[in-house]
Design a binder for this molecule. Sequence first.
Ligand code: ADP
Ligand code: MG
Length: 226
Amino acid sequence: FNNELQRSEKMDMISELAASVAHEVRNPLQVTRGFLQLTRMNTDDKGREHLKMALDELDRASDIITDFLTFAKPQFDKIDLLDLKEEFSHIENIMQPLASLQGGTLAINIPDGLHIRGNSSKFKQACINMIKNSIEALRNEGQVTIRAWQEEQHIIISIRDNGAGMNEQELARLGEPYFSNKTKGTGLGLMVTFRIIEAMGGQLEFHSKKGEGTEAVLTFPLVEPV
Ligand code: ADP
Ligand code: MG
């Protein structure tokens, strides 16, 4: 109804505004970080301790922006036909270094010709949040594997890792705001991810076993390229 429409227009305005604010805030955060680090080199122990705390808090602010708004930019909600191979090629460029840093490998295997409908920035944000979790869960000989295929009237994407895995209680809490088992986690990544996938008309399910690994399975309606 009328009120509903106004409300959703307001939500759009708010998310656009949040996106551009996040974008603008990231630079001064980085600059501040640089100066704090410089100051840290020529101060006493007490000062160093305080600066360490300031740096940690700055990093926390950056992590929150990363989980929410990595690809935030104007025209936030443009809906397009997304070519999965192309989307994941961008994602691979961003995530490969993080996987290497963790001593793991990231293998992405997406065939040509698979398409879904949605917003490219948001889709990438959702995938990156999941892949980041997979990479962060890796242990020795860590591997993250991403595949996609068509199954009847659906497109399926699987993001699988051989990392630490989760028990049933943890699994049940995925997507809950502020649920995190990490010392420096935001607990916001999957909340954002679930919302994005739902808004795209998709579904997201997690399968996991403690000590063995985790698989995220995304299901989207099939679209014919025009
Ligand atoms: P954060 O990463 O900041 O902790 P998320 O919402 O991204 O927040 O994830 C919430 C929690 O879910 C993580 O702290 C972790 O315990 C668990 N989790 C998510 N994905 C995985 C995964 N692939 N393997 C193991 N645990 C996971
Ligand atoms: Mg996360």
